[in-house]
Design a protein around this ligand. Sequence first.
Ligand SMILES: [Zn+2]
Length: 316
Amino acid sequence: MPASILDRVKQGIVVGDGGYLLELERRGYVDSGSDREKVGTGKGSGQFTPEVAVENPDALRGLHREFLAAGAHVLQALTFFGTREKLGRAGFGAQTEAINAAAVRLAKEVAGDTALVAGSVSRTQLFEREGPGSAGHVRDLLNEQIQLLKAAGVDFFILETFFHLEEMRIGLEYAAASGLPVVVTMSFRPTTERCSDGYTVAECARQMADGGAALVGANCEQEPTRMLPILRDMRAAVGDRVGIAAQPSAFRTTDQTPCFTNMSQFPDDLETIQVSRRDFREFGRQAKREGINYVGGCCGCNAAYIRVLARGVAQE
Ligand SMILES: [Zn+2]
């Protein structure tokens, strides 16, 4: 078996995998929701849910294989947006257990003895839809999913794509209590200075470290060059207490709109703002120079990007 993520990080920079939902949406296996409503508000109904794990398992298995062959040391089970309420909005609430279990089983099957499997836990969208008063409901939903993923046998957790630190802290409380290692990355929207409930990047990093995360960082929304300053702020805030993790998206944002899900190209014209693979190779080199401990990709990052990211890490 591969070393635990905690030991693996001590041996050198870990290369993760890329983004599943947008890639599978492009291939026709995930619904973006754009035919029904405005996507990108963070309040979407059934958008980008992971029922592909039970509806088209071969498609998901194939993408896992691509990331593994590209050099990923970790496969994330496709359990993003896999809480009961979010799946329920897409019509799959009754399959919550089956979808989470199938996603972990597929990732473990492909990972075999060569990669670790992370359970992905994301925001519920209830903080965006209903506000902080939804915290009690969020608590039940995240706790349920974390227990399902632990029972399915994940090696560790990646808590990702949280816009609100208050919601992240709820997830982290349960993930840390599971006894498994936890990697936590926030997504910064609509600005790169503060998360959606107003905490600075540095404060986010400190609170994630205090909450028991082994690695803290950022994912999604920004391309590598725009994410690097966020990671530097986090490193400055936590020093060497915890590792730094980064899974940027592969879309070019602007100074006015530094988060791709707020751009007019999301979700149907993203090909027009795709960054080049070369940017991910350079990110791999730069991340290693700067002592970042875990690098992968998020939305828009397919296996071609992970392959050159791994090369960049190896070259430096
Ligand atoms: Zn993403």
